[in-house]
Design a protein around this ligand. Structure first.
Ligand code: SF4
Length: 174
């Protein structure tokens, strides 16, 4: 049987168990989605308004008692390397999916990811069609209302890992 602590190191370079109590859900962070700075609000099955509201998320989170933060640091050509950022985010989503798929089905857990789901070239949400891969989509920490910068800082972890890098952060609750 494959358990969480065996699977993670095979796919994600950085992983730290942190107190689940350090996860703070914030209406403010959630509201940032509505400001649509990323351009995905209302366009993806893993973004508001398609996902649960904060009350439902709080209730769901309260059913877990452990949390591991997962992250990867990616090199960029320069600070304007948008393609590098997008490709790195997609790579990170696939690493999280590998973790998810290899954990024993008997284990109850929840994976949290980064950004809008990029598993399909165009998300079906825009066309009112069902998600093509409902078991594979992973909702981001931010869309859940988590202030990721504070979460990392509060636990002595770096959110920014130097010039010309991007750090993508996810997590697993169990
Ligand atoms: S799997 Fe495809 S349809 Fe489902 S959320 Fe991701 S991009 Fe959208």
């Amino acid at each position: 049987m494959t358990n969480i602590l065996d699977v993670i190191p095979r796919h994600v370079a950085h992983h730290h168990k942190i107190p689940i109590s350090s996860i703070k859900l914030s209406e403010e962070v959630r509201n940032m989605c509505e400001q649509n700075r990323c351009g995905h609000y209302g366009k993806n099955w893993v973004c508001p308004p398609a996902i649960d509201d904060l009350d439902k998320i709080k209730k769901d989170f309260s059913s877990y008692d452990k949390f591991i933060v997962l992250y990867e640091v990616y090199e960029l050509k320069n600070q304007y390397d948008w393609k590098g950022m997008v490709d790195s985010a997609i790579d990170f989503q696939h690493k999280l999916l590998d973790v998810k798929n290899q954990i024993s089905k008997e284990t109850r857990f929840k994976i949290l990811g980064v950004g809008a789901c990029a598993l399909c070239k165009k998300c079906t949400y825009i066309d009112g069609e069902p998600c093509r891969r409902p078991d594979d989509k992973i909702i981001s920490l931010e869309a859940h209302g988590i202030d990721v910068i504070s979460l990392m800082k509060d636990n002595g972890l770096k959110y920014n890992n130097g010039p010309n890098t991007v750090t993508y952060i996810g997590g697993i609750m169990y």
